[in-house]
Design a protein around this ligand. Structure first.
Ligand code: AMP
Ligand code: GLY
Length: 424
């Protein structure tokens, strides 16, 4: 495997993190990223193929002689990237389209969970013929959870106690998509569990907790994620054991019984009830962002071996090990995020070595960062970058990550000051 060529698909903080971690593998000789960003550039050769152009991505992988393609985002997987790579015998870390549908369709995910006997909230599927009021009455004890059955880039879910708002979202979703899900609200604490799977085995990575609301105290609008920490103490050994027995094992059994097994990472979004019972809120078929940025650095064994094994049904022959440390990341967002982020502003105060070394306990991952004509860093997206640290304690990791982010200057930018508050 030495001298391996890897192509990483995507352009966010997650992909910067994957490239960075692969760079420390003795087995990898070349890393390519498409389209990448100003951060992946430090570890990889960036290419201009869009993440969603499956045919061109397969052509690129072939021309590079890639030994492995690692899919960052879900969209190319839902569009058949893994299927197309398989046709040209290039291993792909990321599932075939049929299984990527677990993220592409929330209804499909619910149906699979029913078949596999995995705990999740009860639901109604509503369409033009449904009695919407009767369905709302059925779940009226708690806020209503309405989910569109399409990839909606994080904007497909409304959780509200306002009946009129729920009804409006239901009606507009049925108008655009033909149907919509109404779910029973699950009270509890959320956590993210990343499980690497293939047809032979699975490996659970340390569980993390994300902060989805824009402002301190978990207030404000939902975002892609404002920060995260790992491992999350809400996942006690008992909760972990229950999640493995009730969710991961039955899902693995189901997924490995399919014509092509699931080869990649299954992101299990958990809701843990007061009594410590884990329920599935959602599945994603990719690493979480920013969870990836603080989970991969906790893997102490070789990342290429782990990803390549999962792509080629070799997980049962591998042992994956982890650092017994704590990691925390804080996301810097652009002015106006998430509604209408301002782009194109200069970013200063970045220490180069935190971006491009694959060693060290403090690091920066670029998400929406590009280079202007002078070679200076400018913002190109809503979530601009994240500052992370690894330490013996979560408190130390938090202090280091905040030290790093406090030096960065970007006009109008914002970050939460309370990442990790539930654990500290
Ligand atoms: P999803 O895209 O399915 O992960 O939903 C987005 C967010 O809505 C989740 O992260 C939860 O905070 C919330 N949510 C989704 N489903 C439920 C549920 N059944 N009960 C409570 N909250 C939910
Ligand atoms: N941070 C949550 C996600 O990646 O979906």
């Amino acid at each position: 495997m030495a001298g391996s060529v890897v192509l990483v698909v995507g352009s966010g903080g997650r992909e910067h993190s994957i490239c960075k971690q692969l760079a420390s593998s003795q087995l990898v000789s070349e890393i390519h990223c498409s389209p990448g960003n100003a951060g992946t550039l430090k570890f990889a050769t960036n290419h201009s193929v869009s993440a969603t152009d499956v045919a061109a991505m397969v052509e690129l992988a072939t021309s590079l002689g890639a030994n492995l393609v690692v899919a960052g985002p879900e969209a190319p997987l839902c569009d058949g990237l893994a299927d197309a790579l398989s046709a040209v015998n290039i291993p792909c870390f990321g599932p075939v389209a049929k299984l990527a549908h677990l993220e592409g369709s929330k209804l499909h995910a619910k149906q699979v969970m029913r078949i596999a006997g995995v705990p999740t909230a009860d639901f109604h599927v509503l369409d033009n013929d449904s009695d919407i009021d009767a369905a709302l009455d059925d779940f009226s004890a708690n806020p209503w959870v309405v989910k569109r059955d399409v990839l909606a880039g994080g904007k497909g879910v409304v959780v509200t106690s306002d009946r009129a708002e729920a009804k409006t979202f239901i009606t507009s979703s049925i108008a655009s998509d033909g149907k919509v899900l109404l779910e029973n609200f699950l009270p509890g604490e959320e956590a993210s569990m990343l499980v690497i799977m293939d047809g032979t085995d699975f490996v659970t990575l340390p569980c993390s907790q994300d902060h989805k609301r824009a402002y301190d105290g978990d207030l404000g609008p939902n975002t892609g994620g404002m920060g995260a920490y790992c491992p999350a103490p809400v996942i006690t050994e008992q909760v972990h054991q229950r999640a493995i027995e009730r969710i991961v094992e039955p899902m693995h059994k189901y997924l490995s019984s399919q014509e092509t097994p699931y080869r990649g990472v299954l992101f299990v979004g958990l809701m843990i009830t007061k009594s410590g019972d884990p329920n599935v809120v959602e599945f994603n078929v990719r690493f979480g962002d920013p969870e990836c940025q603080i989970t991969l650095p906790l893997v102490s064994s070789d990342l290429y071996t782990l990803l390549y094994s999962a792509a080629t049904d070799g997980l049962h022959e591998q042992e994956t090990t982890f650092h017994n440390k704590q990691a925390l990341t804080v996301v810097l967002t652009a002015e106006g995020y998430p509604a209408s982020p301002v782009k194109g502003r200069l970013i200063t105060g970045l220490s180069e070595e935190t971006i491009h070394t694959s060693e060290g306990d403090m690091w920066i991952n670029f998400a929406g960062v590009g280079l202007d004509e002078n070679g200076d860093y400018i913002s190109t997206g809503g979530r601009v970058l994240s500052c992370s640290a690894l330490a013996e304690t979560l408190e130390d990791a938090k202090n280091l990550a905040y030290q790093l982010i406090s030096k960065i200057e970007l006009e109008g930018s914002h970050y939460r000051t309370d990442i990790g508050h539930r654990a500290l």
